[in-house]
Write a protein that binds this ligand. Structure first.
Ligand SMILES: [Zn+2]
Ligand SMILES: [Zn+2]
Length: 170
């Protein structure tokens, strides 16, 4: 059981977005606190797990104890962290990293559901997910590295990418 006084008081907390993937959340948390993946892994007693999770490598899946350790450092309930992971039994695509620009315009984050194997398109916007920049063809970086919200090669903002997204026919 983790008590409130165990939560590291010197770290900045950040609020997760609805649907945000763990990779995107960890990247934001690390930058707010100037931590490397290994630095966060050390602070949480998780070794190299942070580096793996930022790349959606969830095999073996994070244990309850690991999530409690991370929860104590990021100041968010372990139950909330579970929502940033694929549900049990749902297959994950580690790559390519996918994106709906219309979703990103509403809520600037990478959504975990985009990496589910079964996810073909965005059901909210009825658009196909992009697996590379439609302007220059670059693959998207892992979401932990999405600092500016634009393509790292041609600088097209993710919020403008929606104009180049194709309609998704289910
Ligand atoms: Zn969408
Ligand atoms: Zn590009």
């Amino acid at each position: 059981m983790i008590e409130a006084e165990d939560i590291k008081p010197w770290l900045f907390r950040i609020e997760p977005f609805d649907g945000e993937s763990l990779s995107h959340f960890l990247g934001r948390f690390r930058r707010a606190n100037d931590l490397t993946p290994s630095g966060l892994g050390k602070a949480a007693g998780l070794g190299g797990a942070i580096t793996r999770w930022e790349k959606f490598r969830f095999n073996p899946p994070p244990s309850h104890q690991q999530l409690e350790n991370l929860a104590a450092v990021v100041g968010i309930d372990a139950d909330r962290l579970v929502l940033m992971l694929p549900p049990a039994g749902v297959g994950m695509k580690m790559e390519p990293i996918r994106l709906c620009g219309a979703c990103y315009a509403e809520s600037p984050c990478h959504r975990i559901e985009w990496q589910f194997k079964e996810t073909q398109g965005c059901n909210r916007h009825l658009l196909r997910l992009l697996s590379e920049c439609p302007n220059c063809g670059a693959r998207f970086k892992v979401p932990a590295l999405w600092v500016d919200g634009w393509c790292h090669r041609c600088f097209t903002p993710f919020v403008e990418i929606v104009k180049l997204q194709k309609v998704f026919v289910n």
